[in-house]
Design a protein around this ligand. Structure first.
Ligand code: PLP
Length: 384
């Protein structure tokens, strides 16, 4: 046991020396935007609750009603007895929003990516991944045991060059990318990637964790431009704008049936609690009903980037890139002193030298607070 503790302590000391040690901070979320931490009330610009639906009375009520009807937990894997009737409703709703034939719901977005990719790609396969894709896309690719090759961020020409060199040596090839990049807030060139995939008989999967509910009229990154882009594999999460928990894949009927039969993270993991599924259904109802409300987080992000003198926001996520870890921690403390929560994001979540404050804007952020935040960022952090 001693060597185990010594190992852990050594690793922690090393992280501490490099300003990379992390700690869990108790955070009480009062409502959609205010939090309490260390006895201090802060306006949060660090939640992914873009539409503030985690606190919405109708959605909370739907979760409570589901507990009353179906209980607190699912009790087993969906393939055994955990498939309560709410799943069918949620999957139909997701398929409709994403304009696919079918959908399947997983325990989380991470579990979805860890489960989907190994079903589609085996040892002989190839996975091309945008280098800034979320960690769970890389985890899924690694679990597939295929060859994983990153391409430069949003660089379709680089992806094409890699396909030209490598495609012929693999029976199956999958291209994966975030639809909205989680740490940078920019959008993937999905139309170009769809065309590239078709050219090389590769399959494309987008991760729309940060797109659903907030871009493309709430439908997500496939609808962010003027026309709908038919991405054949659209995964995402119910934990950000949807305000609940769980992951999903929207695709054709045979693909979804195969995933239900083979995805290990679906088969060998307990189904989502009924409350999460009911909350997600109620949230998707609201998103479909109120596109004007779904547009607010991006509007607020754009107001911020304009006031801060930053490039125009493409999504509710705006990175304020500071550079070094220590300076980023200091910038976060400066904002906390001014009443804002802006969590510092450091390597390995982002590349070395690009530590940042990752700001997220939500429907209910007051405009005057956004201007005040922008002024501090512009004058004291970026020093424009
Ligand atoms: C792009 C992206 N994909 C997947 C996930 C994982 O989703 P979940 O939190 O539901 O596991 C996240 C965030 O956590 C994410 O940002």
């Amino acid at each position: 046991m001693r060597s185990l503790d010594a190992f852990a302590q050594d690793k922690l000391d090393d992280l501490e020396r490099r300003h990379l040690r992390r700690a869990l901070a108790d955070t009480v979320r009062e409502d959609g935007i205010w939090v309490e931490r260390d006895g201090k009330r802060l306006l949060s610009f660090s939640c992914n609750d873009y539409l503030n639906l985690t606190q919405h009375p109708t959605i909370k009520q739907a979760a409570i009603a589901a507990i009353e009807t179906y209980g607190a937990g699912a009790g087993a894997s969906r393939l055994v007895t955990g498939n309560h009737p709410l799943f069918r409703q949620l999957e139909a709703r997701l398929a409709r929003i994403k304009q696919t034939d079918a959908a399947v719901v997983f325990g989380s977005g991470y579990l979805a990516n860890a489960g989907i990719i190994p079903v589609l790609i085996g040892r002989d396969g190839l996975v091309l991944a945008d280098e800034l894709s979320h960690a769970c896309l890389f985890a899924g690719a690694q679990l597939s045991r295929g060859l994983l090759v990153p391409f430069r961020h949003n660089d379709v020409a680089h992806a094409r060059e890699l396909l030209r060199q490598r495609r012929a040596a693999h029976e199956r090839t999958l291209i994966v990318t975030d639809g909205v990049f989680s740490m940078d807030g920019d959008l993937a060139p999905l139309a170009d990637l769809v065309a590239l995939a078709a050219e090389y008989d590769a399959w494309l999967m987008s991760d729309d964790a940060h797109g659903l509910g907030v871009v493309g009229g709430g439908r997500g990154s496939s609808d962010a431009g003027n026309t709908h882009i038919a991405v054949p594999l659209q995964m995402g999460t119910l934990s950000k704008a949807v305000g609940a928990y769980g992951g999903y894949l929207c695709a054709s009927t045979p693909v979804i049936d195969l995933i239900r039969n083979r995805a290990r993270t679906l088969i060998y993991s307990t189904g989502l609690p009924p409350a999460c599924v009911a909350a997600a259904i109620a949230a998707l109802d609201l998103i479909e009903r109120e596109p004007g409300y779904a547009a607010l987080p991006l509007k607020k992000a754009k107001a911020f980037t304009q006031a801060a003198g930053l490039p125009e926001a493409q999504s509710p996520i705006v990175p304020v890139i500071v550079g070094e870890e220590e300076t980023t921690l200091a910038a976060s403390r400066l904002l906390a002193d001014a009443g804002f929560l802006a969590a510092p994001i450091r390597p390995p979540t982002v590349a070395a030298g690009t530590a940042r404050l990752r700001l997220t804007f939500t429907a209910q952020h007051p405009n005057d607070a956004i201007v005040r935040l922008a002024t501090i960022v512009r004058n004291k952090i970026l020093r424009h």
